[in-house]
Design a protein around this ligand. Structure first.
Ligand SMILES: [Cu+2]
Length: 310
């Protein structure tokens, strides 16, 4: 390990006040300072040897990390509860629910899984992918298919924590309100730019598109007219929530991002059913939903991707 170098002190310079500090002694303001050690602690992180023992010295004990296999506490064998696994539900599709149908327990499971991913350090890197414009996922025909895969990756992570969790959708056009059960949930996520705490500024800078706006977008008969209309509706939703959601690099730190995109994806799936054979015109590298291997054709069938909408 690295040893902290201490600057050598001149041997001539004596440090007074090396008498032991007696906290019970009579307080004499004129000489009070004489009772305190005047030299800085040898190890400023651990200033008081009465509390930290030899850590508060020039030669603190070496640090030896716990070996990986011993870093976690283990319960006694008889107390062990195996983690929930998917088992027989493995082949079932995730039925993504309308968030308004969630019980309090289901809401907590979603937020707990979200928090656990965050605590494990798995969420920050996923958010950072979204801030990298190299993936060209906004403002072009990749928008819908790319975010479809992005949601699947998030759902896979959530399900690894809790296999009962599917991303709920937030039908904002109908509700015209922010999901109340999320209001108090403002996690701090470690991004490559540093820690970011979720903020919101609801309704300050945009209005929320309504059911009529969605119907107008749905009436488009070609992918190239439908997709930009839906992306525009999606943009307004981001700005309506505001704060973290208003900016591309931070938006996915707010769980409502995933619920908002889930709704956008649900609308697309509904439109796909009504307009069979209409797909984004993507070929070559543009058809690959990097950084993931799925191609545009893989994004056409949500059941094949392992989910559906309630
Ligand atoms: Cu996005």
């Amino acid at each position: 390990m690295k040893k902290v170098k201490h600057t050598k002190r001149s041997p001539k310079k004596k440090y007074p006040g090396r008498r032991k500090y007696d906290p019970c002694a009579h307080i004499d303001y004129d000489h009070a300072h004489d009772d305190y050690p005047r030299r800085p602690p040898e190890n400023p992180r651990y200033p008081d040897p009465r509390i930290y023992g030899s850590y508060a010295s020039k030669n603190p004990p070496d640090y030896i990390p716990h070996p990986y296999e011993h870093a976690c506490f283990k319960p006694r064998r008889e107390d062990y509860k195996p983690p929930a696994t998917c088992g027989e539900c493995k082949d079932e599709v995730c039925v993504r629910p309308d968030h308004r149908t969630l019980t309090a327990d289901q809401q907590n499971r979603f937020l707990d899984a979200f928090s656990q991913l965050n605590a494990m350090g798995a969420l920050g890197p996923l958010v950072d992918i979204h801030s990298n414009a190299v993936h060209q996922m906004h403002g072009n025909t990749r928008f819908l298919p790319w975010h479809r895969i992005y949601l699947v990756r998030m759902e896979e992570l959530l399900q690894a924590i809790d296999p009962t969790v599917c991303i709920p959708y937030w039908k904002s056009s109908e509700e015209q309100a922010f999901p109340a059960w999320l209001l108090g949930f403002t996690p701090t996520v470690n991004l490559m730019t540093g820690p970011h705490t979720v903020t919101r500024n609801i309704g300050a800078f945009a209005t929320l598109p309504d059911a009529g706006d969605v119907a107008t977008a749905m009436a488009n008969g070609t992918f190239n007219s439908f997709a930009p209309a839906l992306e525009g509706i999606h943009n307004s939703g981001h700005v309506w929530v505001g704060g973290s959601m208003g900016s591309v690099p931070t938006a996915p730190t707010d769980p409502v991002f995933w619920m908002h995109h889930c709704e956008i994806d649900r609308i697309w799936a509904e439109w796909q059913n009504a307009n069979p054979g209409q797909h984004p015109n993507l070929a070559g590298a543009a058809a690959i939903m990097d950084p993931w291997p799925e191609t545009e054709t893989d994004t056409r069938d949500i059941n094949a991707l392992g989910y559906s909408y309630a």
